[in-house]
Write a protein that binds this ligand. Structure first.
Ligand code: SAM
Length: 234
């Protein structure tokens, strides 16, 4: 059993592993991180075009689409952290330092992938404008995919954290909001205004890792929720 670690490579049992040399269009070798695993196992099969135009949301310092496999595709990756974007590799991915609340592209992308960003949006209006903007940025029939934290009754947090009744996880010492950990049902309801669901999956043996050493399975950590959905027509 394994945890899903934000920002860390994680080899999952079902990862597509290829030992051949990496060329454009060929999958990269293991280890894949959880988002790459998500893309290959759950998302790619729903893409209707051969070289989809992709928007990577909350890419951090390197988009998961920076591997050679995606070299022939148009990829835009955004993150609001200026320092991370400044350090991003110079490759086929176009990086923008941008708050997802300010995304104004319209009818452009075949896929928007939430790279563990949604659960960082701690305010209701932030999440609403995010979903509105993503819906508007997608072409008709395009896909929105997200792997995100979901709450469950057995969650427990160390004294470094405070999980409040409003479902916000705060840093205990500063009361800085860190994550919004909603139930799977609440996340589903927020999406249904803009998208129709194709995949809605919670893992039994995997959790997101916020605490611990990354090796042990902690049943008290948030659930991993994977959703793939298609844009509702406007
Ligand atoms: C949990 S990290 C994941 C980073 C990366 N995708 C990874 O898996 O290593 C979430 C990322 O979302 C970015 N982020 C959070 N809120 C954002 C916002 N409103 N607009 C743009 N980026 C945001 C953060 O700067 C951070 O890099």
């Amino acid at each position: 059993m394994q945890n899903f670690i934000e920002n860390s490579p994680t080899q999952l049992p079902s990862s597509p592993v290829k030992s051949a040399a990496i060329v454009p269009g060929e999958r990269q070798e293991a280890p894949l991180n959880t988002l790459e695993n998500f893309y290959y196992t759950e998302v790619e099969k729903f893409l209707a075009v051969k070289n989809p135009f992709i928007l990577d949301l909350g890419c951090g310092g390197q988009s998961i689409f920076s591997s050679t496999y995606f070299a022939k595709q148009k990829i835009i990756a955004v993150d609001r952290d200026e320092g991370l974007i400044a350090r991003a590799p110079k490759d086929h991915v176009t990086y923008y330092c941008m708050n997802v609340g300010e995304i104004i592209w319209q009818n452009r992308f075949d896929l928007a992938l939430d790279s563990h960003l949604f659960h960082c949006l701690t305010e209701t209006d932030e999440r609403e404008s995010f979903l509105f903007n993503i819906h508007r940025s997608l072409r008709p029939g395009a896909i929105f995919a997200l792997e995100t934290m979901a709450a469950h009754k057995g969650m427990k947090f160390s004294s470094d954290y405070y999980y409040a009744a409003n479902k916000t996880l705060y840093q205990q010492s500063t009361m800085r909001p860190l994550r919004k950990i909603l139930s799977a049902w609440e996340i589903e309801q927020s999406l249904l205004k803009y998208f129709d669901l194709l995949v809605f999956k919670i893992f039994v043996d995997n959790k997101f890792l916020l605490q611990g050493n990354g090796q042990e399975f902690l049943a008290t950590e948030p659930d991993v929720l994977r959703i793939v959905c298609v844009k509702k027509s406007e």
